[in-house]
Design a protein around this ligand. Structure first.
Ligand code: FE2
Ligand code: FE2
Length: 400
């Protein structure tokens, strides 16, 4: 009786052990090893995208589906080695879905490798925190601008109005163009209503231009400042100098970016008293006066002005306060060229043709008959602007 009882216990233990082994085997497929990052798609909502590669730094942004603790691992070769996360007032940013990490202290002209990492936060209690797996992106690379390297190539889009097909088609016309950075010159995202709507297009556009490796400058048009999400919209970006206008150097070329604001007066009933672009334009006059006297501006081999709404050649029935406010200061700036959008009709205005001291190139709209992309490149001391249409036709080829 005693022996039988022992056998029964042994049998029960064996059955229990077999069940545990079976359960563990079933779970093996879901387990991760350090060499095998999995389930990244369930964590990452977007790929990383680069912005603001100015002042020896660059900003890496990405979104996750779930709250995570995010950081960037980077280095001069693919072994990475350095880790950077974001701190706000003493706290590591965690338990969030939007991630923005600034890498500082980088060397100009140097190529860096990086990946973004997100550790899922399962519990973020006052006294207890629990974490899930770490998701890792692929390893990407970027190269910072160098004031000693005068050459660059930029691609510039305007007025895409969220037309994915147009962007895709224009990108096919850029095959073989090895660009260093990208500029969206306004009205690319239409009347932002929600984070979902904006991220849908932003994710697409960033993948199209490879924003994980090529930094992007986002300039607002009048359509980015309309809609329920238009205020929060600004938090998605890392503007140069923290403002929607500013200036930066790429090599020895100085770029000045302006924000023209809305295309109707602040007092227009459709704004319900919630706009104050008059103030923003006045602030930019102060900025321009300071900028055009700065050493960086004066020393630059070339100066490029870029803003959404043109200052010249517009029908007088439109509200156009910027030409009167900024015109005199800009005309003294010895700009090589100004690049605009907004009219949905590509054009080129010779210097001095309309009161403009510098030539003005205006990109087209979003449809097959008027969309354009511009390729701005500098070789040695020559700036070259090429305007390419939807079907690949070269609509303008200018040297400055
Ligand atoms: Fe537009
Ligand atoms: Fe516009």
């Amino acid at each position: 009786m005693h022996i039988k009882s022992n056998n029964l216990i042994r049998l029960m233990l064996l059955v229990l052990l077999a069940t545990q082994i079976s359960l563990a085997s079933a779970g093996t497929g879901n387990q991760t090893t350090p060499e095998e990052p999995v389930e990244t798609q369930s964590v990452f909502r977007t790929k990383p995208f680069l912005q603001n590669p100015i002042g020896g730094g660059i900003t890496v942004s990405w979104f996750t589906h779930v709250p995570t603790h995010g950081w960037v691992e980077f280095g001069m070769d693919e072994s990475l080695g350095t880790k950077m996360e974001t701190l706000i007032a003493g706290q590591v940013v965690a338990n969030v879905k939007q991630h923005k990490v600034r890498l500082n202290g980088l060397q100009p002209g140097q190529t860096y490798y990086y990946r973004v990492c997100s550790r899922e936060v399962l519990t973020y209690g006052a006294y207890k925190k629990e974490f899930g797996e770490v998701a890792y992106s692929e390893t990407y690379q970027f190269t910072l601008p160098d004031t000693k390297s005068p050459d660059f190539t930029a691609i510039i889009f305007n007025d895409l109005h969220q037309k994915k097909q147009t962007l895709q088609q224009l990108m096919t016309q850029l095959e073989g163009v090895n660009y260093d950075f990208v500029i969206y010159n306004g009205d690319c995202i239409d009347d932002p209503r929600s984070e979902d709507q904006v991220l849908n297009f932003l994710t697409f556009s960033n993948e199209q231009v490879n924003a994980a490796e090529k930094p992007v400058f986002y300039i607002r048009g009048n359509h980015e400042i309309r809609g329920a999400y238009s205020v929060e919209f600004n938090q998605l970006f890392d503007y140069v100098g923290g403002k929607t206008y500013g200036a930066f150097n790429w090599g020895d070329t100085r770029f000045v970016m302006l924000d023209c604001g809305e295309d109707k007066p602040d007092s227009h009933p459709v704004y319900y008293g919630l706009n104050s672009f008059e103030q923003l334009r006045n602030d930019q006059l102060d900025f321009l006066r300071h900028e055009t006297k700065s050493k960086a501006f004066k020393k630059a081999a070339k100066r490029v002005l870029i803003h959404h709404i043109p200052l010249y050649g517009m029908d007088e029935k439109y509200y156009l306060p910027c030409a009167e406010l900024w015109g005199e200061t800009l005309n003294k700036g010895r700009f090589a060229v100004a690049i605009n959008g907004h009219t949905h009709s590509s054009a080129y205005q010779e210097a001095e043709s309309l009161g403009n001291a510098y030539p003005v190139a205006i990109g087209g709209g979003y449809s097959a008959d008027n969309a354009t992309v511009m390729v701005l490149s500098k070789t040695g001391n020559t700036l070259h602007l090429k305007m390419i249409g939807y079907d690949g036709t070269v609509l303008g080829d200018f040297y400055f």
